[in-house]
Design a protein around this ligand. Structure first.
Ligand code: COA
Length: 538
């Protein structure tokens, strides 16, 4: 028995280490667009790679927590563009004089830092986190503006280009500092990233900002002028007043941003934090415990033990409805001293009436007590069938969704397995606006499993053919199913979802504890409001 277990653990570990090698590779591609050649070109321009600038901007010996690193890969954009590494924009959290701040930096190595639809989505997501958590924003701006071949997809709509500046204006009015360090081009609409800032810094000879660049000026009014004389750093800091500080190079700019933010009030979290205790089990054990098969049963209590403080899980209704109730494990844990209520899909993760009712109760209690919530998603869905339907799985599932939607406490989702159907809603998927949504290489997010989708669509196809008096051969049916399985397998994958920013970051198992603690800390910087829930059916 013990031998079997060791063997299974070896299989598990092997699989996840292999998968995480792919994640490392993808991250490498994201942070090195264009390779050494691109870095050399930057150097010629007097620029450093953006992550070096960010490292200089944040407090010494602290880490930048990057978001959406795998965004932008495998998209089908016009002109045969498939990959926009890292969406051409670096976003993430870093501490500046002890205060968590949201940092944005265009990567000019990716199509001159222009905005594709995915770039905008990433920019908006980072702004949304900043607004929700009450963070100052620093924009390291170096962008050719809208990616012009896709203007209709990036310019006119809500959530497009104009929303970046709308958000800046509103956050500024809320007292969240908006600081722009322009280190390159900021043309046309892009110029507003400089002019909308509370304080803007420009680098002599490197940064410029204008509503129309030299070619446009020539075409429009016949004026011959170069970029520097039209809207360079000297123009805006000495003549127009559109920017506030003149810097001689990027590093001086970064230091000046730090100086500007040095007077900010120190942030504090709105919850009592306990002393941090190490987990009872090692984080490395997650690799052994996480089943290699996506649909294999998970012992989620043991996984929780690997990343939560060693005070243990204070479980809510552990004995309720054995075999059904505990497909969702609910209870309080602490992560690096921060108390959090956890709702975690256990075993097969199928949500029964009893699991849904228990989870709803627990979510409401946490909201009333102002305890943040962590949803560990590993659920293929709510139970189906007449028994479940007649006992009210629809209404109890809906109650859970209502509780999740209205709980005004910080909510974080971590996906470690299947993430299908309405369980995606009840477990606080993207549409439920969790403060942070983390994925892992075991996550599979799709409306249903590929197997189920293939069966549903095959039955429809067979019906259609029957009406036309056609037969489907076994070989045709198998090919039909395989095509769908492959499609679902690829679309449910964390890279596919991460490329489209359905998650905020794909985590290595070994960084779950650190990432969750950081996300909780940042989410708790804004005061927690009262929750009201509307009408349940119960
Ligand atoms: N839309 C689409 N593609 C753009 C672009 C834009 N707005 N701006 C730059 N690019 C592309 C270039 O065609 C080039 O593509 P390639 O690598 O396939 O050849 C790539 O981005 C790099 O541009 P490049 O001009 O070589 O970089 P640079 O560092 O020398 O100059 C800029 C950067 C931003 C100064 C310059 O590209 C520029 O002036 N762009 C136009 C800016 C503009 O007018 N924008 C208005 C939009 S609101």
């Amino acid at each position: 028995m013990a031998e079997d277990q060791t063997k299974q653990e070896e299989i598990n570990r092997e699989r996840w280490l292999q998968e995480e090698l792919q994640l490392e590779e993808r991250i490498h591609q994201a942070i090195n667009p264009g390779g050494e050649k691109a870095v050399a070109r930057l150097a010629q321009q007097g620029k450093r790679p953006v992550r070096e600038l960010i490292q200089a901007l944040i407090d010494p010996d602290t880490e930048f927590f990057e978001l959406g690193v795998v965004a932008g890969f495998g998209l089908d954009y016009p002109g045969g563009i498939k990959d926009v590494p890292c969406a051409g924009l670096v976003t993430g959290l870093g501490k500046i004089h002890g205060n968590w701040s949201m940092i944005f930096a265009n990567d000019s190595r990716v199509k001159a830092g222009t905005y594709f639809p995915i770039t905008l989505k990433k920019h908006m997501r980072a702004q949304a986190i900043a607004e929700q958590c009450g963070l100052n924003c620093v924009y390291i701006a170096d962008s050719g503006g809208a990616f012009l071949p896709m203007q209709a997809d990036v310019f006119p709509d809500d959530g497009h280009f104009g929303s970046m500046f709308y958000n800046m204006a509103r956050m500024s009015a809320m007292g969240l500092k908006q600081i722009t360090l322009s280190t390159g081009g900021n043309t046309a609409g892009g110029a507003y990233i400089v002019f909308m800032a509370d304080e803007a810094l420009m680098i002599e000879g490197l940064a410029y900002s204008f509503l129309g660049g030299p070619p446009l000026v020539k075409a429009a009014i016949g004026e011959d002028i170069d970029a520097e004389a039209l809207g360079g750093a000297l123009v805006h800091t000495r003549i127009s007043g559109g920017a506030d500080h003149l810097c001689k190079d990027q590093l001086e700019g970064v230091h000046k941003v730090r100086e500007i933010l040095s007077q900010e009030v120190q942030q504090r979290i709105h919850l009592q934090r306990f002393e941090e205790l190490p987990p009872a089990a090692s984080e490395e054990m997650i690799y052994d415990l996480m089943p290699a098969g996506i649909h294999q049963a998970v012992d989620i209590r043991r996984i929780i033990e690997c990343f939560s403080d060693g005070v243990g899980l204070q479980e809510y209704k552990r004995n309720y409805a054995p075999g059904r109730g505990d497909n969702l494990v609910t209870g309080k844990i602490r992560i690096k001293g921060i108390p959090v209520g956890v709702v975690a899909a256990n075993n097969s993760g199928i949500i029964f009436v009893e699991s849904a009712r228990k989870a709803t109760e627990f979510i409401i209690r946490c909201a009333m007590e102002r305890t943040p919530l962590l949803f560990i998603q590993n659920s293929p869905g709510y139970m189906v069938g007449s028994d479940a339907e007649h006992r009210g799985i629809g209404k109890y599932g809906a109650d859970m969704v209502r509780a999740v939607s209205n709980a005004r406490v910080p909510r974080i989702q971590l996906v470690v397995g299947p993430d299908n159907g309405a369980a995606n809603y009840g477990m606080c998927g993207r549409a439920y606006k969790p403060h942070f949504l983390f994925s892992t290489m075991r996550a599979r997010t799709s409306v249903m499993s590929g197997r189920s989708a293939a069966e549903v669509l095959l039955s429809i196809e067979r019906r259609k053919r029957k009406l036309k008096h056609e037969e489907m051969t076994d070989a045709e049916a198998a090919a039909f199913k395989k095509e769908l399985l492959d499609k679902y397998e690829s679309e449910a994958h964390p890279f596919y979802c991460g490329a489209r920013l359905f998650n905020d970051r794909v985590l290595f198992f070994k960084e779950i504890r650190k990432a969750l603690a950081l996300a909780l800390e940042v989410s708790l910087l804004a005061p927690i409001s009262d929750s009201t829930f509307g009408n349940f059916r119960f």
